[in-house]
Design a protein around this ligand. Structure first.
Ligand code: NDP
Length: 386
């Protein structure tokens, strides 16, 4: 019987919800490109309910306990003596979400003698030391595509929010004011601007598709080029590198994984080549941008705005400079954890567990590391140093 250790974010401050703003979710059977949404044999939750917090338990408890397995759910993941550290040594499976990552470092993997499977309930497994997972024969899987469109929608929202100066204008209303000039002196139209994405994978391409109707000029860079028909359909300009692309852009959105090639990419040097007053949206991973260089670029006007939902570490400390830097539109890490996304990644987590617990192969699309090497989707999107 397996012990499953699941690290989830805390419940709402006023308690686990007893009612919701809406009654249902639109059914999503397939993702762009044809991949099917998760296909577990069954689920024990109501789509649209809060599943990603501790009391939601990703809807897994009944399923696991009925089959004799043990489920431990906690939000206590950091610091000496955390529940996560205490429960890890005999856990067979660890489940964590990027929004509240249980960092599976090399040291922790070394202490987790039974660990065989690390599931990311969502997308982005960089909180797992993939080199260590490979060395210890741990399988890593994530619920590919489950929240890609959720994030793309967040990118579009943040792009418009920054360019149109939405958040400061909303604050004027909250403060009881009506000074139009205060609201509009930093407000522009997106129309006609040059928008570029660093990476055009599932999220990056979805962002391009969603922004195309705004009559912008679209740019991208990626390790592989998109099919010619997609470039023509969207009027895309391809640039071989990020450094080639960013000087042309009014808005840059980062949609690449964090790995050794992208860590620290947006530092002083690259930011200095961007147009004065450019906007940078990063919903990928915080460490792709240099924390203090972003703060400096906003203060000296190189960037007109920065937004995103990814921080390092998570949760961000109260004195993190991105909380107080000017002209930012940050949220906590929420873009991929809408109630809509939760229903999909909870179902995908269940699908992965059903496969693994019965000795069936996990969907190739979900695999990041398997059999001591990068595998499946991971072989395409991730890099390791080994
Ligand atoms: P995909 O794997 O579909 O796409 C990633 C793309 O990045 C691929 O096209 C890949 O290229 C490209 N790429 C990798 N390295 C580089 C590089 N150095 N320069 C340019 N392009 C590069 O991933 P997704 O679109 O689904 O997700 C992207 C990232 O977004 C995730 O890794 C994750 O960190 C983050 N994310 C954030 C979420 C949130 O809640 N904020 C939720 C989900 C994901 P190639 O195909 O050529 O290898």
């Amino acid at each position: 019987m397996a012990k499953v250790l699941c690290v989830l974010y805390d419940d709402p401050t006023d308690g686990y919800p007893t009612s919701y703003a809406r009654d249902d979710l639109p059914p999503i059977g397939h993702y762009p490109g044809g991949q099917t949404a998760p296909t577990p044999e069954a689920t024990d939750f109501t789509p649209g309910h809060l599943l990603g917090s501790v009391s939601g338990e990703l809807g897994l408890r009944h399923f696991l306990e009925r089959a004799g397995h043990t489920l431990v759910v906690t939000s206590d993941k950091d610091g000496d003596g955390s529940v996560f550290d205490r429960e890890l040594p005999d856990a067979d499976v660890v489940i964590s979400q990027p929004f509240w990552p249980a960092y599976l470092t090399a040291d922790r993997i070394a202490t987790a003698r039974n660990l065989k499977l690390a599931i990311t309930a969502g997308i982005g497994s960089d909180h797992v030391d993939l080199d260590a997972a490979i060395a210890h024969g741990v399988t890593v899987a994530e619920v590919t595509y489950s929240n890609s469109i959720s994030v793309a929608e967040h990118v579009v929202m943040m792009t418009l929010s920054l360019v149109r100066n939405y958040l400061p204008a909303h604050q004027v209303v909250l403060d009881g004011g009506w000074n139009i000039a205060d609201c509009v002196t930093r407000s522009y139209d997106l129309e006609g601007m040059h928008v570029g994405t660093v990476a055009a994978g599932r999220i990056g391409l979805a962002v391009l598709r969603r922004l195309a109707p705004f009559d912008v000029k679209l740019h991208y860079t990626d390790r592989h080029r998109l099919p010619r028909e997609v470039e023509e359909e969207l009027g895309l300009t391809f640039h071989p590198t990020t450094a080639d692309m960013v000087p042309h852009c009014d808005v840059v959105t980062i949609n690449a994984p964090l790995h050794p090639d992208t860590e620290g990419l947006f530092g002083d040097e690259l930011l200095a080549t961007m147009k004065r007053g450019a906007y940078l949206i990063n919903t990928a991973r915080a460490r792709i941008a240099d924390r203090d260089a972003i703060d400096r670029a906003l203060r000296d006007g190189r960037l007109a705005g920065y937004a995103g939902d990814v921080w390092y570490p998570q949760p961000a400390p109260a004195d993190h400079p991105w909380r107080t830097m000017p002209h930012h539109g940050m949220t906590p890490h929420i873009s991929g954890s809408s109630l809509s996304a939760q229903a999909r990644y909870a179902a995908g987590t269940r699908e992965i567990l059903e496969s693994w617990l019965t000795g069936r192969p996990i969907r190739e699309e979900y695999l990041i590391v398997d059999g001591g090497a990068l595998a499946g989707a991971g072989a395409h999107s991730y890099s390791v140093t080994t």
